[in-house]
Design a protein around this ligand. Structure first.
Ligand code: FAD
Length: 343
């Protein structure tokens, strides 16, 4: 049996960010990614640049590689008129971002192995299979359907589902657009994000049972769209994120702004905080491991954001059932206050 101090499972934003900071401190780890390249999953490729004092590009990613457009305005189309949200948002080429992050990991001396699907983990002191690697700490950065979460005995979060594709649109690329209309998708929204050459368009729903019909209607509007990619995404409060020898980062722990399904920046922040916790224990030879330190750290900066966003979405869609008009009025107020907070 081989031994590594840390095994990171999953090479998305969460796993790569954790790896980058571990590599910087010379911590012994290997990152295992199941695919032969990065970013195989569906995503709108939008990044909220600033969350709770962290700037994604300056403090976490430390690069601008892959940035395609910066937009300040999102027009929200409702059945009772349009509302303009002022909130800076950056559209990226996520494949380039993840490849660049991987480069940063390798440059700092970290090890990434591609085409390495982890099938399961066994034992309290974990053994990662089929690789047969024993580790002091396993980092579950393996997304919404995390096998690390299962090994840790953590209940899965509620999942929504979303799909996206790329197409040309006859719209000005200076703004993003969102449709929040029951007849487009009940319990969800559709989006139109301007990329460098075309648009990322997609639709997502909190309740998967309404999704199929909504998707068929949405897809029929875009005859020249490319391939449609879909994925589950956690739309819930975060789960417990630590065990005796394991921690969960990003979608695996539902560390997502669930009202809008935005998890790129929060996955990056939690990746950095996970690395800081691991670095602390690596200096103590992994004795007296207490990984709750990590949970305390991310809860301190992000707990309120996650909770407020979950409660808002829950109330909003509950009230929407009897009255779309009433919730569109609430939306206007919320959008005004969010816009003011960014000005
Ligand atoms: C359609 C859609 C649109 C979205 N749009 C946005 C958006 O515009 N902005 C935003 O901020 N968020 C968006 N999100 C959410 C965002 O994509 C996620 O929150 C984010 O990707 C979480 O990063 P992660 O690293 O935790 O997980 P992931 O990106 O899912 O990465 C997990 C990685 O683990 C690997 N993996 C999984 N299982 C194994 C295994 N057993 N062995 C080895 N490797 C494994 C996967 O291949 C993958 O590379 C969207 C989600 C969807 C589904």
């Amino acid at each position: 049996m081989k031994h590594r101090d840390v095994v990171i499972i999953g090479g998305g934003i969460a796993g790569l960010m954790t790896a980058k900071y571990l590599a910087e401190e010379g911590v012994d780890f290997v990152l295992l990614e199941e695919h032969n390249d990065f970013f195989k999953k569906a995503c709108g490729e939008g990044v909220i640049p600033d969350i709770r004092g962290y700037n994604f590009f300056d403090d976490l990613y430390e690069s601008k590689v892959g940035v395609e457009r910066e937009v300040d305005e999102t027009v929200i189309h409702t059945n009772h008129g349009d509302v303009s949200l002022y909130m800076p948002y950056v559209l990226v080429d996520k494949l380039r971002v993840e490849r660049e992050l991987a480069k940063q990991v390798i440059k700092r001396g970290g090890e990434i192995l591609m085409n390495q699907r982890v099938e399961r983990i066994e034992g309290v002191k974990p053994v990662v299979l089929p690789h047969n690697i024993e580790a002091n700490i396993v980092v579950g950065a393996d997304g919404a359907n995390s096998i690390v979460r299962r090994w840790m005995g953590v209940k899965p979060p509620h999942m929504g589902f979303a799909v996206e594709s790329r197409t040309k649109m006859d719209l000005s690329p200076s703004s993003s657009h969102v449709e929040l209309k029951k007849d487009v998708v009940p319990y969800g929204y559709s989006w139109f994000f301007p990329k460098k050459e075309d648009w990322n368009v997609g639709v997502g729903a909190f309740k998967t049972k309404y999704f199929r019909d909504a998707f068929e209607r949405f897809r029929s509007r875009f005859s020249d769209a490319g391939r449609w990619k879909g994925a589950y995404l956690p739309l819930d409060r975060p789960t417990r994120s630590y065990g005796k020898h394991g921690i969960l980062v990003g979608d695996s722990a539902s560390q997502i702004i669930s009202s809008v399904g935005a998890g790129n920046t929060t996955a990056a922040i939690c990746g950095k905080l996970a690395a800081e916790c691991i670095i602390q224990f690596s200096k103590e030879g992994y004795r007296d491991l207490d990984l709750s330190v990590y949970e305390k750290a991310w809860r301190k900066s992000l707990s309120r954001l996650f909770l407020n966003s979950y409660v808002f979405a829950h109330l909003f869609f509950t009230l929407r059932r009897p009255s779309e008009y009433f919730t569109d009025l609430i939306l206007r107020k919320v959008v005004r206050s969010v816009s003011d907070s960014y000005r």
